[in-house]
Design a protein around this ligand. Structure first.
Ligand code: NAD
Ligand code: UGA
Length: 435
């Protein structure tokens, strides 16, 4: 059993802390958000993540998992301190490090014994050195400490499985002994452990996210070409994916990537490269193609609804940036709603779990109880998030509820032929000529 403190009880911090507790360690999660800590201490989850609630409650009950707003309490007896605070986009796309700075300063203020400080937040190359500097300057005669970079690769919606079965654990440090101790902590995960220097570890995270975003924009560009040339992107992607050098994952064409990570991390890498005199043309193209995917939905609707969306009623199936999460950060739905409203359309929406969060960012939208209520009186339905429950909707029941049977499938969930047979005017993303 190790004693661990996790700073930041968001998606990453809460999952990290809970999983380390589940592995038998004693973990205290510290967050400055009092409401979040009160919610967790009341046995409720501040986020929707499959499997999390059960695991949190089990470990709290076993006396291995604690939540507090107090750094002093969190750091007491801790050997390892993970920083897992947010690093949102700043004004020019750079990573905003104010929360990392605050966390480093608070650790410096409260540390009273040697610590290994492990940065899990996604941070620009050089941040590990900067964190060490902040602590050294604040506590020149303070206890010894080492900084280790340990980027996180979990995905929302499958965060627990991803954390417990990682493809690799990346550790970067200038202190080999500290890196080795953090490696020991990860041994129960039985994953390959890559030990490298701080800056290389920080870059592995950005390069990984940017590469995945690039795959998505690549397949979206091929989808646009497919649409003009009469090929079907789903079959093209499947045919490509059998090549083991390519693989099947992250080749789903659609309305593009969203979420709290890809958009901000591609932007931050582009910014980092630009200010260092590099020309990140590929990253710029990746972002531009991603923006285009949202615009394509509007163009398809316009083409199918007589050229104008003024006063048309458009129903969105799904709002979250991807299935199995209630996270609305940078969700493609937000941009699609804004574009539709700009064109004078009335927007209705249904999402199985993200509607509460969506209400805060999309106040002008009418939220519906289920997909059938959503369809009533719609001129078109648009699939924005491929929730499982949309895959087997009773589409024969949906069609007559609509004013016009137009279906724009932004995630290529449905079979075009089956939808046409049911009487829908169907358009997917890159699915053959006219599809
Ligand atoms: P989040 O916004 O869900 O959580 C961050 C938490 O940190 C919040 O609860 C906030 O109150 C808390 N916080 C902020 N400043 C603090 C401070 N000084 N002391 C204590 N708590 C503080 O963020 P997240 O999605 O968990 O992301 C955290 C980091 O991990 C980001 O850098 C992100 O890029 C990276 N990341 C996220 C994911 C993901 O799927 N969400 C995956 C991999 C990496
Ligand atoms: C992503 C990475 O997959 C994680 O490895 C990483 O840890 C995380 O970012 C992060 O750094 O925070 P996440 O954002 O949770 O995880 O979700 P993904 O499953 O990667 O999906 C991101 C976006 O890409 C979603 O909007 C999804 O709809 C879209 N996507 C994904 C596609 O459009 N096509 C695909 O083939 C795959």
């Amino acid at each position: 059993m190790k004693v661990i403190c996790v700073i930041g009880a968001g998606y990453v911090g809460l999952v990290t802390g809970t999983c380390f507790a589940d592995l038998g360690n004693r973990v205290t999660c510290v967050d400055i958000n009092e409401e979040k800590i009160a919610t967790l201490n009341a046995g409720r989850m501040p986020i929707y993540e499959p499997g999390l609630e059960e695991m949190v409650l089990r470990n709290v009950k076993a006396g291995r998992l604690f939540f507090t707003t107090s750094y002093a309490e969190g750091l007491k007896d801790a050997e390892f301190v993970f920083i897992a605070v947010g690093t949102p986009s700043g004004v020019d796309g750079e990573a905003d490090l104010q929360y990392v700075r605050m966390a480093a300063e608070s650790i410096a203020e409260h540390m009273d014994h040697p610590l290994i400080i492990i940065n899990k937040s996604t941070v620009p190359v050089g941040t590990g050195d900067w964190v060490a500097d902040i602590i050294r300057r604040k506590r020149p005669d303070g206890p010894d400490f080492a900084v280790v970079s340990n980027p996180e690769f979990l995905r929302e919606g499958s965060a627990i499985g991803d954390f417990l079965n990682p493809d690799r654990v990346v550790l970067g440090s200038l202190d080999p002994e500290a890196a080795e101790r953090v490696a020991q902590l990860h041994l129960p995960l039985r994953a390959p452990i890559v030990i490298t220097d701080l800056r290389t570890a920080e870059m592995i995270k950005y390069a990984s996210n940017a590469f995945l975003a690039t795959r998505i924009s690549f397949i979206n560009e091929i989808a646009s070409i497919c649409e003009e040339l009469g090929a079907d992107i789903k079959e093209v992607a499947a045919g490509m994916g059998y090549d083991r050098r390519i693989g099947h994952q992250f080749l789903d064409a659609g309305v593009g990537y969203g979420g709290s990570c890809f958009p901000k991390d591609v932007k931050a890498l582009e910014y980092m490269a630009s200010i260092h005199g590099c020309h990140p043309q590929l990253l710029r193209a990746v972002m531009e193609i991603n923006r285009d995917q949202r615009r394509q939905v509007i163009q398809k609707l316009r083409a199918l609804l007589g050229g104008s969306l003024q006063d048309k009623v458009i129903g969105l199936l799904g709002l979250a940036f991807k299935p199995n999460t209630d996270d609305m950060r940078e969700a493609p739905s937000i941009e699609i709603v804004h574009l539709l409203q700009h064109e004078g359309a009335q927007v209705r929406a249904y999402d199985p779990v993200a509607m509460e969060n969506a209400r805060r960012v999309l106040p002008e939208v009418t939220f519906c109880r289920d997909p059938y209520e959503l369809a009533e009186g719609c001129d078109a339905l648009v699939v924005v998030t491929e929730w499982n429950e949309f895959k087997q909707l009773d589409m024969a029941r949906i069609r007559p509820l609509m004013r016009q049977p137009v279906l724009v499938d932004g995630r290529n969930v449905y079979d075009p032929t089956a939808m046409r047979e049911l009487g829908f005017t169907y358009r997917g993303m890159g699915r053959g000529y006219g599809n």
